[in-house]
Design a protein around this ligand. Structure first.
Ligand code: G6P
Length: 587
C-alpha cells in the first residue's frame, strides 16, 4: 500500500527521503512526491511513475530544508495523475499531508469544506480533506496538538498520515494503519515500514492505534487521541531489515527465490517457544479456523490438508476477506490461526477482530513480529526468512509451509520427523540448473491462458502457482483441482492451451494420468512437473525424488521459476507488477 514518510534532521532531508521512498516503493509505485519546508514556505514536487524516474525529472532530492515528507502511491481514490499524487497541501499552502489508508467520510467532509469554508480542491483524492481540516482547526486554536485532536474527531476510516506545518512541526497520526517513529541522534523519521529506515536509525517506536506524535525542534512527544501523554517502548530493528539490497541479483524476486535453500532451514526457528505455544493452543481447541489472503490463503488451505491428515484436527480455511460472511459459524473453543507475510493486510486484521468478537483464540504466523497482527494475537510465530520485497510472495510461502509441517509434526508427536536439509538440498538442485525452465518460458511466452492442476494437497500449490503466473506475467492462469477438469475447464482446451500438471509420484499420480489423457485428447499441451518422465508430457520439468509427503514443499520452486522467467521473457519487471502492492492495508 502507499508508503508515507516524514523526516526532521539537522541536515537537508530530501536526499534521505528519496532514498527511503525508493526502498519502500514495493508498497505502491504509481506516483511519488515530496514536500520540504524551507525558510519561508513548503516546496512540493510530485509526479507519475517510479521514484528514480520522477526524481530524474523533477530533482526532488535537490530540494533544501531540514524537515520534509514523502509518499509513494498505490491509487485508491482518484486516477493516477500528478494532481492526485501526494503530498497534498491545504488551500493556504501552509500544511502538507501524505496519507495511507482511506478516509471513508471524505465526500461529506469535502462538501462541508467547499460549502462552509470556501475550500477549492485540486485533486480527486480522499486525502486532501486532511490538510484543509488541519488548517481550519489550527486557525481556530493556534495549537498544533489541538488541531490534530479536532481533525481526527472528524475523520472516519483506517488511516495513517504525516503532516508538515510551515511553522516547522512534523506530525504523525496512526489509526489502524502502521506508523513507526525512528530515532537517532540526528534524525527523527516517521515511516509506514521499517524498510524505509535509513542505515543510521535502528531504534524505533511503533505507534499504537489512536496515537499521534508531534516532532518539533528535534524533540518528540506522543499522545493518544484524547491528548493524554502516551507510554511507549523503544525497540531495536534487526540488522537485516536495514540496507536491503538485491546483491548480485537482477531483481528482488530472483534473489528471494534463490534464497530458499537457506530460508527453508530456519523457518520459524527464531525460538522454539513460539512454536510450542502455537501447538498447545491448537491442540487444546475443538476447532481451528485458518485464514489469510492471496498466497497466505493458499497456506491456510494447505494447513487443512496437513493438520487433518497428520493431526486429525478439525480445520476450516476461510479467506480473510470472506470471514465476515461466515463468522456466525465460529463455534466456541475455537482457534483462529491468521497467516500473513506482512501482518498488516487490512483483510486479515478485520478477520482477526471478527474472530475476537466470537471469542476465538488468535494465533498468527507472520514475517514481522512487530506487525499489527502480532500485537493482536495471543501467540505468534515468525517466518524468520528476512524481509521480502518482491510483490509476489516466494520465500515467505515456503517458510510458511515449512512451519505448518513443523506444527503438524508436533501435533502428531513427531510422526513426520522431517529433515529439512533434504528439502534444502532439493531446492539447491532445482535452482542450480534452470536452463530447461528458461527454454520453456521462451517457447510459451506468447500464450494467453495457462492452467495449473494438482490434486489433494497439490491443489493449493496449483492455485499458488497460478497466482504467481497471474501476478508477474499477466497471463491468465487458473489453478484447478485435477478432478474438476472434466466439470467445466475441458471446454476451454484446444491445441493452443497449455496445462501444467503437478504430478509427483505419490497417491495422486494414477488419477493425474487420467487428467493428462483428457487434456491430450483435446490436443492441449501438457507441462509435467514430476520426478517421473511420461511420454504424454510435451515438456517435462523434473523435480528430485523425495519422501512422498514432502513434494508440496519442492514442487512450488519450478512454478516460481516459470513465473519469473516468463515475466522476463515478456519484458515485465517482476518486482513491480502493475496494479499490485506488497502489503494491502485497505479493504
Ligand atoms: C497482496 C500481495 C500478495 C499477498 C497478499 C497477502 O495482495 O500482493 O502477494 O499474498 O497481499 O499479504 P500478506 O502480507 O497478508 O501475506
Amino acid at each position: 500500500m502507499c508508503s508515507i514518510l516524514g523526516l526532521s534532521s539537522y541536515h537537508d532531508v530530501a536526499p534521505t527521503l528519496v532514498k527511503s521512498l525508493k526502498k519502500m516503493e514495493y508498497r505502491g509505485y504509481d506516483s511519488v512526491g515530496v514536500a520540504i519546508k524551507n525558510e519561508s514556505d513548503i516546496s512540493v514536487r510530485k509526479g507519475i511513475g517510479k521514484v528514480n524516474a520522477v526524481n530524474d525529472n523533477l530533482h526532488m532530492s535537490e530540494l533544501s530544508g531540514h524537515t520534509g515528507i514523502g509518499h509513494t502511491r498505490w491509487a485508491t481514490h482518484g486516477k493516477v495523475t500528478a494532481e492526485n499524487a501526494h503530498p497534498h497541501m491545504c488551500n493556504t499552502d501552509s500544511i502538507g499531508v501524505v496519507h495511507n489508508g482511506i478516509i471513508e467520510n471524505y465526500v461529506e467532509l469535502r462538501q462541508d469544506l467547499e460549502k462552509n469554508h470556501g475550500i477549492i480542491f485540486k485533486s480527486s483524492t480522499d486525502t486532501e480533506v486532511i490538510p484543509n481540516l488541519l488548517q481550519i482547526h489550527l486557525e481556530k486554536s493556534h495549537d498544533v496538538k489541538r488541531a490534530i485532536m479536532d481533525t481526527v474527531q472528524k475523520l472516519k476510516g483506517h488511516y495513517a498520515f504525516v503532516a508538515l506545518f510551515k511553522t516547522g512541526e512534523l506530525v504523525g497520526v496512526r489509526n489502524h494503519e502502521p506508523l513507526i517513529l525512528g530515532i537517532s541522534s540526528n534524525d527523527l523519521l516517521l515511516t509506514s515500514d521499517v524498510v524505509g529506515l535509513p542505515e543510521n536509525i535502528s531504534s524505533v517506536i511503533y505507534l499504537e492505534n489512536n496515537q499521534f506524535v508531534i516532532i518539533d525542534k528535534h524533540k518528540h512527544e506522543i499522545f493518544d487521541f484524547d491528548g493524554e501523554v502516551a507510554q511507549f517502548v523503544v525497540k531495536t530493528i534487526p540488522k537485516n531489515y536495514q540496507n536491503i539490497t538485491k546483491g548480485s541479483y537482477a531483481y528482488f524476486t530472483e534473489k528471494e527465490i534463490f534464497e530458499q535453500p537457506k530460508t527453508i532451514l530456519v523457518a520459524g526457528e527464531e525460538n522454539d517457544y513460539d512454536l510450542k505455544k502455537i501447538v498447545e493452543f491448537i491442540r487444546d481447541s475443538d476447532y481451528v479456523y485458518v485464514t489469510g489472503s492471496g498466497t497466505s490463503y493458499h497456506i491456510a488451505v494447505i494447513a487443512k490438508y496437513l493438520f487433518s491428515r497428520f493431526a486429525e484436527k478439525k480445520v476450516e480455511h476461510v479467506m480473510a476477506s470472506e470471514m465476515k460472511y461466515s463468522s456466525r459459524y465460529i463455534i466456541p473453543n475455537s482457534t483462529l490461526f491468521a497467516i500473513s507475510q506482512s501482518g498488516e493486510s487490512a483483510d486479515i486484521l478485520e478477520s482477526v477482530s471478527i474472530g475476537k468478537k466470537k471469542n476465538a483464540k488468535i494465533l498468527s504466523m507472520i514475517n514481522s513480529k512487530n506487525s499489527a497482527l502480532a500485537r493482536d494475537s495471543i501467540s505468534s510465530i515468525g517466518l524468520n526468512c528476512g524481509p521480502e520485497i518482491g510483490v509476489a510472495a516466494t520465500k515467505s510461502f515456503t517458510s510458511q509451509m515449512a512451519i505448518l509441517y513443523k506444527i503438524a509434526d508436533k501435533l502428531c508427536d513427531g510422526c513426520l520427523a522431517i529433515d529439512f536439509k533434504i528439502v534444502s538440498d532439493a531446492y539447491t538442485k532445482m535452482l542450480s540448473n534452470t536452463s530447461k525452465i528458461q527454454e520453456l518460458a521462451k517457447s510459451i511466452k506468447h500464450i494467453e491462458n495457462l492452467f495449473v492442476i494438482g490434486r489433494g494437497i497439490h491443489y493449493p500449490i496449483a492455485k499458488e502457482g497460478a497466482l504467481k503466473i497471474k501476478e508477474i506475467t499477466y497471463i491468465h492462469a487458473e489453478g484447478i483441482a485435477g478432478g474438476e477438469l472434466k466439470h467445466g475447464p475441458l471446454a476451454l482446451m484446444d491445441s493452443s492451451t497449455y496445462v501444467i500438471v503437478i504430478n509427483p509420484d505419490d497417491d495422486s499420480y494414477v488419477d493425474n494420468a487420467s487428467s493428462v489423457n483428457e487434456i491430450k485428447s483435446r490436443d492441449a499441451k501438457v507441462i509435467g512437473i514430476s520426478n517421473k518422465p511420461d511420454p504424454n508430457y510435451d515438456y517435462w520439468i523434473q523435480i528430485p525424488t523425495i519422501r512422498e509427503d514432502l513434494y508440496p514443499l519442492i514442487e512450488i520452486i519450478p512454478l516460481q521459476l516459470i513465473s519469473y522467467y516468463l515475466a522476463l521473457e515478456r519484458g515485465i519487471d517482476p518486482d513491480y507488477p502493475k496494479n499490485l502492492a506488497k502489503s494491502v492495508t485497505v479493504k
